[in-house]
Write a protein that binds this ligand. Structure first.
Ligand code: 2AM
Ligand code: CA
Length: 269
């Protein structure tokens, strides 16, 4: 991808993300049709579908050779990341969108030949956009995010993690997770993986752990987090696969060993 094309696609993608956010805010007061997917708490609304269509229709028209991976079914089924691939979650944190009317995000990551080029995480109600271009740093609106603190201690770390580690954890022994929670300073749960990646990138959380995330939940976050020196692994410390669901550890590298080797791997069931 040459420089001119890079800038053009970046600006276009950012424009679409902001426009889509405006659509959501404008329609926020309208009645919602809510359905469930894999289980009674896995929600999808007409807004998720409409916003995904908003992106897919525009990408297909303007960049017909590009491919799309997205949550609600308008995208392509891909076996590789060849060419340019847009990975989109129209609403990340649908339960927050439905119940809380805040703390949800539009997440868009653009990959070229398997490499993350641009990422956008748009906190729609706060009107805050986290963005990154590979090699050019990450931003919160117009503010360039500094590199993560390279001397972060695990005992002073705040880690984003959800209740599934307590009640449905099939990966790691509960006792080890309890020990982990006693070791760190505190936990947070925001209910939007994309926003949790953004907060780790901003340095207001030091890590985020999830048992299972889909590519659209983390595609943009990976690009943004890498720009501030953050790292992303599976719970067993392996490289993540952008085409599948993965367990995820996104963190400040100075606490990676403590999270993965000393706890998640050590307590693996
Ligand atoms: P969603 O709102 O787009 O579904 C909630 O802790 C986070 O996990 C959200 O980012 C949510 O994305 C995601 N999530 C919820 N259910 C999931 C599932 N079955 N697989 C993968 N990610 C899921
Ligand atoms: Ca979603």
């Amino acid at each position: 991808m040459n420089l001119e094309m890079r800038n053009r696609i970046y600006n276009q993608a950012k424009d679409w993300v902001l426009q889509a956010g405006m659509v959501i805010r404008k329609k926020m007061a309208e009645p919602l049709e809510i359905e469930t997917k894999s289980n009674r708490n896995d929600l999808v609304t007409t807004m998720d579908k409409d916003i995904e269509y908003f992106f897919v229709s525009r990408i297909k028209q303007k960049y017909p050779d590009d491919k799309i991976i997205s949550e609600e079914g308008y995208g392509d089924t891909l076996g590789s990341l060849k060419g340019t691939v847009w990975i989109i979650d129209p609403i990340d944190g649908t339960m927050n969108f439905v119940h809380q009317k805040r703390n949800f995000a539009i997440s868009v990551g653009v990959y070229h030949e398997g490499i993350g080029e641009f990422g956008f995480i748009y906190d729609v109600m706060a009107d805050t956009i986290y963005s990154a271009k590979r090699g050019e740093g990450a931003y919160k609106n117009d503010y360039r995010l500094p590199k993560l603190n390279s001397e972060k201690q695990i005992t002073e770390s705040i880690i984003g993690m959800n209740h599934f580690w307590l009640c449905e954890n099939r990966l790691v022994d509960e006792k080890v997770m309890q020990q982990f929670i006693r070791t760190i300073r505190g936990t947070r749960l925001y209910g939007s993986a994309a926003l949790e990646f953004a907060y780790v990138s901003e340095g207001i959380m030091d890590g985020y752990i999830s048992m299972s995330l889909a590519p659209w939940d983390f595609a943009a976050g990976v690009i943004i987090l890498k720009e501030v020196g953050g790292e992303i692994y599976t719970a067993t410390g392996e490289e993540i696969n952008m085409l599948k669901k993965n367990s995820i550890v996104a963190c400040n590298p100075s606490i990676k060993h403590e999270i993965i080797d000393k706890h998640l791997k050590a307590g693996r069931k």
